[in-house]
Design a protein around this ligand. Structure first.
Ligand code: HPA
Length: 253
């Protein structure tokens, strides 16, 4: 079963069908919201697979949980226990250069973690060397290729590759922080994909992230970061992400 973890702008997916809410507890506490087990009944697709999907809004049902307060362990554990075998994460990001304009979708292939103080692992004791999981390639190649194919089919531009820098938030960065993060090699900056991606790896769940560029990061464009501009870019990008996901869920790729 596919899992979808929605970020800002994605606390709920209105176009899913047969939604069954399942409130769960985990050894790590409560996930951000009840899991939503649902289907996408796309009647226009021949051979409609109607697979169940498991949706979870990372910031809670009403978008109240700040990035540093998300219980990433509970979220990933809950999805794993529900039987999710792949996760598509949706993440709003700033762009570290003018190369990605607001509204652009990017499928990152690398990540750098700048967060601190977050519960970032399921392995607090070293039982054996399997606690040291490989994270050379943080994102799953097959899942990424499938998403690229879906994007191509629905004619939505989805940029292949990029490095995501995960900052602590909830404030945006200073211009100097963004210059440093860009020098480190990051193309995108967001607040939520770590430790989520690493926890997925520890649970052996393949993950890919569709990043929605919603603003030029601090200092990349003139002026301050505007929430009104972000909302506008988010609406455009979210519609494009929905097109990709619907095609994915229709099961024709
Ligand atoms: N920085 C960090 N996280 C973000 C940004 C940003 O500029 N935009 C959206 N999420």
């Amino acid at each position: 079963m596919l899992g979808i973890i929605g970020g800002s702008g994605w606390s709920k997916i209105a176009w899913l069908d047969d939604v069954e809410k399942r409130a769960v507890q985990t050894p790590y506490g409560k996930p951000s919201a009840p899991l939503e087990l649902a289907r996408y009944n796309d009647s226009s697709t021949v051979g409609n697979a109607q697979e169940t999907v498991c949706f979870l809004g990372r910031h809670g049902e009403t978008h109240t949980i700040a990035p540093h307060k998300v219980n990433y362990q509970a979220n990933v554990h809950a999805m794993w226990e529900a039987g999710v075998d792949a996760i598509i994460a949706i993440n709003a990001v700033g762009a570290c250069s003018a190369a990605f304009s607001p509204g652009t979708l990017v499928l990152p292939d690398q990540i750098i973690d700048y967060t601190y103080g977050r519960e970032h692992t399921f392995f607090d004791t070293l039982e054996n060397f399997s606690s040291h999981v490989d994270f050379t390639e943080p994102f799953d190649l097959n899942l990424r290729q499938r998403l690229l194919a879906c994007a191509g089919r629905v004619d939505v531009p989805l940029h292949d590759g990029g490095t995501y820098g995960c900052t602590q938030g909830p404030r945006f960065e200073s211009a100097a922080e963004i210059r440093k993060i860009a020098r480190d090699g990051c193309d995108l900056v967001g607040m939520t994909l770590m430790p989520e991606a690493a926890l997925c790896r520890e649970r052996r769940i393949p993950v890919a992230s569709i990043c929605m560029v919603v603003n030029p990061a601090a200092g990349v464009a003139d002026g301050v970061i505007s929430m009104a501009d972000i909302d506008q870019a988010m609406a455009v990008a979210s519609a494009a992400v929905a097109d990709i996901l619907k095609h994915y869920l229709a099961g024709s790729i």
